[in-house]
Design a protein around this ligand. Structure first.
Ligand code: ADP
Ligand code: MG
Length: 224
């Protein structure tokens, strides 16, 4: 058994003027390699804050985060960025694709950032587009694709670095339920085949059928 995502008494308190908002109030989390874990909870319960703290996009106020056994404490922005590109894939509700780039270029861009050689970039980009069922869509831009297709491009982009961990924040939030099911099935298949660890925030009750485990966040604390 190997724990790849871990937090200990994690707090994140936002200071807005004179007001303090405790978005996370002592979260203790342990996720094993190869698991598909869903994180549910009402709007404002701290789900995005937790994901951001795990991905090094936000700094905890107190407590510890360990990803793949490493604590990203006092790292420079540059260190964090390099680390994030290597270890994590991100998928967001609003897809986050670059509008001026084709599907192929959106996926390949990740490999350019990591200075992967051109033939290898080509091979991996095509393989990932095929993986998500978009072999024929590589030359299309995001605005020429459906929401489900755009999310598939985003998933291909998250896969192309072969990162051991994928963090997804409401990836089905803007999709109709039939398309949401397709995306959840795709994620399930990826976890199964690649043994990646997936933490997915979702409002969707559907996710319970696909995840290995469902965690509930309430007012900044895990209650289940
Ligand atoms: P969720 O993703 O579950 O909807 P969030 O993590 O976005 O919840 O937010 C948790 C709480 O923290 C909310 O009360 C929200 O208003 C607050 N919050 C989130 N981000 C910020 C921020 N940058 N500044 C101040 N408060 C924030
Ligand atoms: Mg959120």
């Amino acid at each position: 058994m190997s724990i790849v995502i871990e937090t200990q008494d994690l707090w994140r308190i936002y200071q807005t003027g004179a007001q303090e908002v405790a978005a996370l109030r002592g979260v203790n989390l342990q996720i094993e390699r190869g698991r598909f874990v869903a994180l549910q909870g009402r709007s404002g319960s701290g789900k995005t804050t937790l994901l951001n703290c795990l991905g090094g996009l936000d700094q905890p106020t107190r407590g510890a985060v360990r990803i793949l056994g490493e604590e990203m404490k006092n790292w420079s922005d540059e260190q964090l960025t390099t680390w994030r590109r290597e270890k994590l894939g991100f998928v967001f509700q609003s897809f986050g694709l670059i509008a001026t780039l084709s599907a192929y270029e959106n996926v390949e861009f990740m490999l350019r950032l990591r200075r992967v050689a051109v033939t290898e970039r080509h091979r991996r980009t095509l393989a990932c587009l095929e993986r998500v069922g978009l072999s024929k869509w590589g030359h299309h831009r995001p605005d020429e694709m459906s929401g489900g297709q755009q999310q598939r491009v985003a998933i291909a982009r998250a896969l192309v670095n072969q990162s051991p961990i994928i963090l997804a924040d409401e990836p089905t939030g803007e999709l109709d339920s039939a398309t949401a099911v397709e995306i959840l099935q795709l994620f399930r298949q990826i976890v199964q085949e690649d043994h990646v660890t997936l933490l997915m925030v979702s409002h969707d009750r559907l996710v319970e059928q696909y995840a290995d485990e469902v965690l509930q966040l309430r007012d900044g604390q895990i209650v289940k």
